[in-house]
Design a protein around this ligand. Structure first.
Ligand code: ATP
Ligand code: MG
Length: 559
């Protein structure tokens, strides 16, 4: 397994094998030009990241280039917000398209000319069947289709109708332009697929210039060809569209004929990746927005504290395969932890505070103890932590009546305070309801720095924060959004009711007051955290990116 560095070692895969063979054979003048073609109808998610890493990664590794092309042929679904977020997310992932930013809608005029070309060659016709009739005539997997009664219109008639379609003479849905291929082709995509439909919808870029819009299959291959793409990499569901991709490029005088290569899309357990479903979660208010830290979107993951390096590492580990599979969410979390473990400085923070008073420590005295910022990497340096008579510790680090294996604080027991002293619990203070509200402890002044001169050992080390110096924070602890491994059908039924737990009154070491949005921290023994963009100096908010260990794997083992 690869370790995480700035440039993860790239794993061999079948797409690389194809490209290397093409290069060896001198195909495409030795060029590698790929593209990433999002439809601007939602935010990018981790599945898109896989495609982007592949396309931009190949361009980087083979000295080529990767275009960012918005596939904006579906006017009613597209929004400017998405176009902006997609660019931001790709840049954040670490990729750059340079000047090669394109919109399929910029090609509408050329695409229209290509359509006329097909008509003139007798390879496309205007069909006047309704959408439903077209479906009925198409046949099934076992039965051939039936030719439309309009299939034999002459090129002149078709050209005239198509021009009038463009001119807006016909109602939406009254005619379409179809390729004239083969109504009994075993591949249904080849049974005279629709190339253009009439649709009076304002397009976010072309406005009301057009009332006919080209279909994806017609647009995509031609856009690839016009841009000089060499390898058009897409997901497996387009495998059955490849004959059409090739047919269109063969029949038209295009500058080049890119090779379509299909790979398996990323499927992640406990995650939905359909943009339609993600949009539903946003619109129904199940999550706070596209960038809710529980969303599998890049914006959500960024807000949660996931780094681009972790995502790139994950995509690399997942690899590129020819058949579909389900990747365990734990694998993504592994990449996130691996990266943060190396790169996140350590801090002390108490999420569920219990106050302790060190009764033999002088009142009002404050001393500073030195704390390492990273236990394995001295280059992170150290910081000074204030230590005083009143501290907070984690409530779970104390048990009044502990089982034998509990090595933390209990009446009469001695533990080490991280970077501090040994303390012993002497008294337990409770409120009227019997709840523990405070511990009275004593410390051994001889144990500064964490060891006793007499060589006695303690079994537990716990973290703490000086009460007088602590900064208060709200901490949002996220868990997977779905509790089903394969959320399907009504996704509402699969939601994890505990995907967000908000902790108020958390106590942070004082340095957190100066934290900035691009920083990541490990709170010792508590996980990895980052500041939320809604945080401010009056109200500190931190998001937990991920726990230190895979708690779900532990649960599964317990059974
Ligand atoms: P949806 O069907 O949810 O709208 P999409 O696949 O149509 O998603 P696009 O915007 O068309 O989304 O995707 C842009 C690119 O990302 C395409 O090349 C697509 O194949 C790829 N892609 C989308 N989802 C995944 C995934 N889960 N794994 C790998 N690549 C993906
Ligand atoms: Mg798509």
């Amino acid at each position: 397994m690869s370790s995480n560095t700035d440039t993860p070692p790239t794993t061999a895969n079948f797409v690389r094998a194809i490209i290397e063979q093409d290069l060896a054979e001198g195909k495409n003048d030795g060029k590698v030009i790929t593209r990433f073609p999002p439809e601007p109808n939602g935010y990018l998610h981790i599945g898109h990241a896989k495609s982007a890493c592949l396309n931009f990664g190949l361009a980087q590794d083979y000295n080529g280039r990767c275009h960012l092309r918005f596939d904006d042929t579906n006017p009613e679904k597209e929004e400017v917000e998405y176009i902006e977020s997609i660019q931001e997310d790709i840049r954040w992932l670490g990729f750059d398209w340079g000047e090669h930013l394109y919109f399929a809608s910029d090609y509408f005029e050329q695409l229209y000319d290509y359509a006329e070309h097909l008509i003139q060659d007798g390879l496309a016709y205007v069909d006047s069947l309704s959408a439903e009739e077209i479906r009925e005539y198409r046949g099934t997997l076992t039965e051939p289709g039936i030719p439309s009664p309009y299939r034999d219109r002459t090129p002149e008639e078709n050209l005239d109708l198509f021009r009038r379609m463009r001119a807006g003479e016909f109602a939406d849905g009254s005619h379409v332009l179809r390729a004239k291929i083969d109504m009994s082709h075993p591949n249904i995509n080849m049974r005279d697929p629709v190339l253009y439909r009439i649709r009076r919808v304002t397009h976010h870029r072309t406005g009301d210039t057009w009332c006919i819009y080209p279909m994806y299959d017609f647009t995509h291959g031609l856009s690839d060809a016009m841009e000089g793409i060499t390898h058009s990499i897409c997901t497996l569901e387009f495998e059955a569209h490849r004959p059409l991709y090739d047919w269109i490029l063969e029949k038209l005088p295009v500058p080049c004929h890119p090779q379509q290569i299909e790979f398996a899309r990323l499927n992640l357990s406990y995650t939905v990746m359909s943009k339609r479903k993600l949009r539903m979660l946003v619109e129904e208010g199940v999550v706070a927005g596209w960038d809710d830290p529980r969303m599998p979107t890049l914006a959500g993951m960024r807000r949660r504290g996931v780094t681009p390096a972790a995502i790139r590492d994950f995509c690399d580990r997942v690899g590129v395969a020819k058949s579909n599979s389900l990747v365990d969410l734990a694998m993504l979390e592994h990449s996130i932890r691996d990266d943060l473990n190396q790169n996140a400085p350590r801090r002390l923070a108490v999420l569920d505070p219990l106050k302790i008073v060190i009764t033999n420590y002088p009142v009002e005295e404050v001393e500073y103890v030195e704390a390492a910022n990273h236990p394995q990497d001295p280059s992170f340096g150290t910081r000074q932590l204030p230590f005083s008579r009143e501290l907070y510790i984690e409530r779970r680090d104390f048990m009044e009546d502990p089982p034998r294996k509990f090595h933390r604080l209990a009446p009469g027991r001695e533990v080490r305070l991280r970077f501090g002293y040994f303390i012993t619990c002497q008294d337990v203070v409770k409120d009227e309801a019997g709840r523990v509200v405070e511990l009275h402890c004593t410390y051994d002044p001889e144990t500064r720095g964490g060891s006793a001169p007499d060589g006695r050992k303690v079994k537990g080390t716990i973290h703490w924060v000086s009460a007088a110096h602590a900064v208060e924070a709200e901490v949002r602890v996220y868990d997977r959004l779905f509790q089903d491994e394969l959320p399907s059908g009504e996704i509402w039924d699969s939601l994890n009711p505990e995907s967000l737990q908000t902790l108020y009154n958390c106590k942070m070491e004082p340095s957190l007051a100066e934290a900035s949005l691009d920083e990541h921290f490990q709170f010792e023994r508590n996980g990895y955290f980052c500041l939320d963009p809604d945080s401010n100096s009056q109200h500190l908010i931190l998001n937990r990116t991920v726990s230190l260990r895979d708690s779900w794997a532990k649960q599964a083992k317990k059974g």
